[in-house]
Design a protein around this ligand. Structure first.
Ligand code: ADE
Length: 250
């Protein structure tokens, strides 16, 4: 059982979002548990203040370190910082645009933890001591700026949950998909055979399994080259595949 604890100033944001599809099923099966906690619950003043002005000046407000440290330490029962969390198979993920980018590999790593505490940043930023002395990981979901970490937390929980053994219909279905082999998924078609003048590639209707497999690999490579040249640069091609792709270019 993997438990997610999300620390946020908008716990209501998460009401209902984990009640669909794979995540719902994984929760029902007892494979994961997800709880959202109000950061303001770890303040001690009457106004439950969680932010303050930045030292050095500037616009906007910065999330204070004390409530975040208290929240993480009370949820984990540990006060030793990142090293103590890792030793206990716990991860503390700070979501921010300054993090390292979420990947399938990092999602798989987190799926092997016992506990993942997710800290949602807000406003202009989070006091850097959360990154320096509390989080095991600072993670971004991509090179764009969200108004807070909450949508990123939903993305993280989804990507990690579907990698927990048993979460998908069959144990192997996460193995043959996009990114697991460094290229994009192959294109899929279903009925009808012709739709608005576009036909399904004939090979897929032929029943020749080996040819279908070869077509899928090449179609996936072509699509990766077109949409993700960064991924394509790292792909190892056989001589035959290289020749086939070059031929198509002519
Ligand atoms: N908070 C704001 N932008 C973010 C991003 N791109 N990833 C993760 N958390 C964020």
């Amino acid at each position: 059982m993997l438990r997610f604890d999300i620390i946020t100033i908008f716990p209501e944001f998460f009401r209902g979002v984990f009640d669909f599809g794979i995540v719902r099923r994984a929760r029902a099966a007892g494979l994961v548990e997800v709880a959202a906690h109000d950061l303001r619950g770890w303040t001690h003043d009457r106004h439950k203040v969680v932010d303050d002005r930045p030292f050095g000046g500037g616009d906007g407000m910065v999330l204070k370190p004390e409530p975040i440290f208290e929240a993480v330490e009370s949820l984990t029962g540990l006060t030793g910082g990142a090293e103590s969390f890792r030793q206990a198979s716990k991860r503390v993920v700070l979501l921010s645009p300054q993090g390292r980018q979420l990947s399938q590999a990092l999602a798989a790593e987190l799926a092997g933890a016992e506990r993942v505490v997710v800290v949602c940043g807000r406003y202009e930023g989070v006091d850097e001591r959360v990154s320096e002395g509390l989080a095991t990981d600072e993670v971004s979901i991509g090179d764009y700026v969200l108004s807070g970490g909450e949508p990123a937390a939903v993305v993280l929980v989804d990507a990690v949950t579907r990698l927990i053994p048993g979460a998908l219909g069959s144990e192997t279905s996460a193995v043959n998909e996009s990114f697991s082999e460094g290229i994009l998924d192959f294109p899929n078609y279903t009925r009808p055979v012709e739709f608005r003048g576009r036909r399904v590639p004939e090979i897929l209707l032929s029943g020749h399994h080996a040819e279908v497999a070869r077509w899928r690999r090449r179609a996936a490579l072509r699509k990766t080259r077109r949409n993700r040249p960064d991924l394509f640069a790292g792909v190892e091609l056989s001589e035959k595949e290289r020749a086939a792709l070059d031929e198509e270019d002519e």
